[in-house]
Design a protein around this ligand. Structure first.
Ligand code: DX5
Ligand code: ZN
Length: 221
């Protein structure tokens, strides 16, 4: 078990007219990493941000930038995101015909390498990638949009991946992403997750960003 859990606010839910301020507020409230959701309009139907925004975040914070690439053929963009200041690059197994090769490329660029999988993809599809992964991200919603409800049927898959990581004594972070709230975060922790991505429950929390982070943290105690 880790000494402490990671909370990674997803800037997809931030107010982009005040991105720097919102990152600073989340950082002072104890955010550990920032999660950046990159979508290309092909792998998912939404279109979001590219290396330019990662570079802007990098100028705003020294915390790790956790970049989730929801794009077709992510190999095309790895070097650009590494240069922009990404700390970790997470690729979808569904978008990578040679996942092992892609993870090796990410490491050669000096970034942590992460693999992720859609809700419909079985854990067995990432089995061969676990040994090379520094992070394993389990999507608990269909990727594409912030503000959806967590799919509870994915929680057993989190536990299954936890067992597989433990079996190979992997030091990889097991991370969950999508629909996290104070009401469900402890179930994900109990299933073995250690890093928690949250968009809405941080940036849209009615009492503000700091209170949102505090509440999630309280439910991880
Ligand atoms: C979903 C993204 C998530 C999303 C999380 O496609 O990968 O990172 O922004 O936002 P919430 O916490 O609002 O579901
Ligand atoms: Zn994400």
């Amino acid at each position: 078990m880790r000494e402490s859990y990671v909370i990674a606010p997803s800037i997809l839910a931030a107010d982009f007219t005040r991105l720097g301020e919102q990152i600073a507020e989340a950082e002072s409230a104890g955010a550990d990493w920032f999660h950046v959701d990159v979508m290309d309009g092909h792998f998912v139907s939404n279109l979001t941000m590219g290396p330019f925004i990662v570079a802007a975040c990098r100028r705003t914070t020294k915390l790790p930038l956790d970049v989730h690439l929801m794009v077709e053929a992510p190999e095309r963009f790895l070097a650009a995101f590494a240069k922009a200041g990404a700390s970790s690059l997470i690729v979808h197994v569904e978008a990578c015909p040679d996942i092992t090769g892609t993870l090796k490329t990410i490491k050669s660029l000096g970034c942590k390498a992460g693999v992720t999988l859609n809700p419909a993809t079985p854990a067995s599809d990432i089995e061969s990638a676990l040994i090379l992964s520094d992070q394993v991200l389990v999507l608990t919603v269909h990727p594409g949009y912030s503000g959806q409800e967590l799919m509870p049927e994915i929680i057993p898959k989190v536990a299954e991946i936890r067992r597989k990581l433990d079996e190979i004594q992997s030091p990889a972070w097991l991370e969950v992403d999508g629909g996290l709230t104070a009401a469900n975060i402890s179930q994900l922790r109990d299933a073995g997750a250690e890093a928690f991505v949250s968009g809405s429950a941080v940036f849209h929390y009615p009492d503000g960003i700091a209170a949102g982070i505090r509440l999630l943290r309280e439910h991880l105690q």
